[in-house]
Design a protein around this ligand. Structure first.
Ligand SMILES: *Cc1c(COP(=O)(O)O)cnc(C)c1O
Length: 361
């Protein structure tokens, strides 16, 4: 493998499989695939190409939308935050973006626009309390948008569930009902993220908006993608740079936080927090070398980690160390870091090459 550093291998066939799982669970809904945050760290353009079977894409930054359009992605593309100025509105028209509208100034901008037309996703706040108009205002805002010349096609109503990853929490039902109570017949409705798709069938409606499950990762706190017939798309690995014997009593790494209980083999691998391997991971966090589970020891540094090779004494410099991937769920690693798979994936460092199978990264 590449001796220089960590690499993320991206299995695009797993991405296609996971899209099929979305279709299987929400067969009547159209699918808006979330490719924001560089497709959760997997590479937005390559993932958008591999997700050609989706009905639409969504991103959270204008720059991401522009990059996809400039690379030739022509599919429906929603800019989740919407636009905030007449200039942005012009650019969005040129790029043929769908727009979200979540506050009064955005609505006025659309009402004042002379020519351009857009598919519009009206964001309703049903309890996330982050963005969106109050559900009680929905009918009045719908009326304004439906008489606005900027509206193309049917108006779409969208809300976001705050607790869908907790199947025992009835707040999701309340949020779903609140949106449906305020949605007239002439709109399309979108509620479900990945957790909504997996746990709340009542949320499927006209459009589902999967993100994390497309990448093969569970949205729930205590399980893994494979529990939902999902296949992890990313394998994050790094080469072993060096193998040596650590004498009993010697300490490893910054702060000398781990001390050898006996003479033992250790190895250093070329991954660190600058690659997106979290610094908060404790000693004992597993990695895999040639199928053997091996423990992280000492602090994660910027470019390097150190491993206890007592389980894998045959390991040699150049061997591949799997940090997470299909055999070592990123959900488990994230739990060790007090985080979630979403964060580990979306914070993968820009210096980590993404390998889509050609090997020439
Ligand atoms: C990110 C996002 C999603 C996808 O959420 P997942 O939990 O990754 O499936 C859906 N809808 C909106 C509005 C989002 O911002």
């Amino acid at each position: 493998m590449h001796r220089g550093g960590a690499v993320a291998r991206i299995d695009l066939s797993a991405l296609a499989h996971n899209l099929q799982q979305v279709r299987r669970r929400a067969p009547r809904a159209r699918v808006m695939a979330m490719v924001k945050a560089d497709a959760y760290g997997h590479g937005a353009l390559q993932c958008a190409r591999a997700l050609d079977g989706a009905d639409a894409f969504a991103v959270a930054r204008f720059s991401e939308a522009r990059a996809l359009r400039e690379a030739g992605i022509g599919k429906r593309l929603l800019l989740l935050p919407g636009v905030f100025s007449a200039e942005e509105l012009d650019q969005a028209a040129q790029l043929n973006l769908d727009l979200a509208v979540h506050q009064e100034q955005q609505l006025e901008l659309l009402e004042q626009t002379p020519g351009a037309r857009f598919d519009i996703w009206l964001k309703i706040n049903t309890g996330m309390n982050r963005l969106g108009f109050a559900a009680s205002e929905a009918a009045a805002i719908c009326k304004r948008l439906q008489s606005c010349t900027a509206l193309r096609g049917r108006l779409k109503l969208m809300t976001h569930l705050s607790d869908a990853d907790d199947p025992a929490n009835s707040k999701s039902s309340t949020q779903i009902q609140s949106l449906l109570d305020h949605a007239g017949d002439c709109v399309e409705v979108s509620i479900a993220n990945s957790a909504g798709i997996l746990a709340w069938p009542a949320a499927h409606r006209d459009w589902v908006r999967p993100g994390i499950m497309l990448y093969g990762v569970s949205p729930f706190a205590d399980d893994c993608g494979s529990d939902h017939d999902l296949r992890p798309v990313m394998s994050f690995s790094a080469p072993l740079l060096d193998v040596r014997t650590l004498p009993k009593g010697a300490a490893v790494g910054y702060g000398s936080t781990w001390t050898a209980p006996e003479d033992m083999p250790i190895g250093a691998a070329a991954a660190g927090y600058a690659d997106g391997y979290p610094r908060h991971l404790p000693s004992g966090t597993p990695v895999l070398i040639n199928g053997h589970r091996v423990a992280l020891i000492g602090r994660v540094s910027m470019d390097t980690i150190v491993l206890d090779l007592r389980n894998c004494a045959a390991a040699q410099a150049g061997d591949e160390v799997l940090l997470w991937g299909p055999q070592l769920p990123v959900e488990d690693i994230a739990r060790k870091a007090g985080s979630i798979g979403y964060e580990l994936l979306s914070r993968m460092g820009p210096r980590v090459p993404r390998d889509y199978g050609s090997g020439d990264y």
